[in-house]
Design a protein around this ligand. Structure first.
Ligand SMILES: [Zn+2]
Length: 189
């Protein structure tokens, strides 16, 4: 993770704010991982860090997301942190940006979520979907319409590296929420 001059664009504070949220989410994951690493050392470093971490998770002392992002710190394979960092960037900024060119970076963050999305029964990915669906319900009409448009386009033709299941699940959930509760039934005269 690098925060450097490339992440700060003076005439685009929105872009800068989102990149900062994305990168600071990584920082929070790594900080938590180091905390757990220290706890492992303090416990006399029984077994390997990863084995100890998995046992803490089995005993419900470490949640699933912390288990994975901390394990990634040890293995160097950054998967869950690259799912959750763009999620926080999207949820933190999309609603606050004017619809149009200004929010393209937010929608880009959502496509990064689609790349990191796991299997249908993956608990962290299920939580990611739920958070996006709950968030969508809070958006004003123009933001919601722009989001729906992106989701429908990607669900129709998912790009390589993106999880089609992510877009399909989101499309179905968003259609269900608006369709059922807000649209009047079709009336025939
Ligand atoms: Zn990242």
């Amino acid at each position: 993770m690098i925060i450097g001059p490339g992440a700060v664009i003076e005439d685009s504070p929105e872009y800068t704010a989102q990149v900062r949220t994305h990168e600071m989410t990584h920082v929070a994951h790594f900080r938590r991982g180091i905390e757990l690493w220290d706890a492992w050392l303090a416990a006399g470093h029984p077994a390997t860090f990863v084995a100890w971490l998995e046992r803490q998770h089995d005993r419900h002392r470490v949640n699933e997301a912390d288990l994975r992002t901390s394990r990634e710190l040890a293995t160097g394979q950054l998967l869950t942190t690259e799912l959750l960092a763009p999620l926080e960037a999207f949820l933190g900024h999309y609603h606050a940006l004017p619809v149009g060119a200004g929010h393209e970076e937010s929608l880009h963050q959502l496509t990064l979520v689609a790349r990191g999305f796991g299997a249908r029964d993956d608990p962290v990915s299920i939580d990611v979907s739920r958070r996006i669906i709950d968030y969508a319900a809070t958006l004003d009409a123009p933001h919601r319409a722009a989001l729906d448009q992106l989701v429908q386009a990607r669900a129709a033709v998912p790009l390589e590296l993106e999880s089609p299941a992510f877009w399909w699940g989101l499309r179905d959930a968003l259609a269900h929420r608006t369709g059922a509760s807000h649209q009047p039934e079709a009336v025939s005269h």
